[in-house]
Design a protein around this ligand. Sequence first.
Ligand code: URA
Length: 425
Amino acid sequence: MDAIDVIRAKRDGGELTPEQIDWAVDAYTRGAIAEEQMSALAMAILLNGMNRAEVARWTEAMIASGERMEWSALDRPTTDKHSTGGVGDKITLPLAPLVAACGAAVPQLSGRGLGHTGGTLDKLESIPGWRASLSNDEMMDVLRSAGAVICAAGTGLAPADRKLYALRDVTGTVESIPLIASSIMSKKIAEGTGALVLDVKVGSGAFMKTVENARELAETMVGIGTDNGLRTVALLTAMDRPLGRAVGNAVEVAESVEVLAGGGPGDIVELTVRLAREMLDAAGLAGGKDPAEALRDGSAMDVWRTMISAQGGDPDAKLPVASESHEVVAPSSGVLTRLDAFGVGVAAWRLGAGRARKEDPVSFGAGVICHAKPGDTVTAGQPLLTLYADDADRFERGLESLEGAYEVVPDGVPDQLPLIIDRIS
Ligand code: URA
């Protein structure tokens, strides 16, 4: 087979055969297709799309490029959640222990942040001593002792995707629904979870800016999961404003602990409980302990503490705090009608919470606290946001990204998406 024939077939709007897909993914992983050839193929896929059979085969080829994990030795069903990423999206932190407290096992492989969306591993690494890298045996030990584990994917999992994602990142080919769907689902299927709930974010702070695009991505991923025998459900949820009040790393851990202690912002609690119910239902555990009860009675907090300790972290340690802060106040009195997720996400990133290149370190203490959310009534001069950074020079650029990102209107009505927009199964 020849790379140029495969590229031409997709460039001219044709359907790739299973043999062409298997060969292209395998040859690229082995280094037998050059980076420039795969970038041409990725661009042809972005422009001309792939049908359901092609996406399914592409996903299978990426799974086959590496190992497939297996959890049948556990005495409970496995279930997992994947979010397409957003601003203030710390849901995995309270969710994994919560679902474990209700009887399922949660093997959660997570990522780091790149750009304005945060990464679960960066947030958890703000806990002194906590380790993201575990061997498969260590993952199994944590799952047995705590019921939930959150860690980094090993290099053996879907190596084709690892290589292709890095290439797409620098060739303008990330924003392709078939490539995003196959990338996410190849890792989740290779992870070996028995059930999967997808949280597909919609709005300025998300990959998918419109409900229409998010629905197409969700349907494609649910289709891939179903075709692979994985019970998969998707929720479309709002990412037009930040989730919760904290955006950053340590500040998001602190907010997650508040939720596990039975408090925390209403939107975080609502989404965490809803996703937990979906995960339990998908795992065949509906009708058992209710997640809202596990937040109230402290059992989810107990799992959190066991899980953090099992990965070397100290759940009682003081979290890092940035040395500098700067307040943004309400320009007038009225209703906060808009707080743009993208603007706040970029601000947190520029303050040091995120990284520009994957090798960069993050600042654990940097971030933004939102004192008001859309719909809240505010008085001129009251704090709207507090920005945190280790270096006061960062405030200027952080503030630039907040220009036009919020609006206070006398007697205004917030124009925002419902928190949970739709469910796709
Ligand atoms: N996340 C992934 O894992 N892959 C993509 O292609 C996009 C987001």
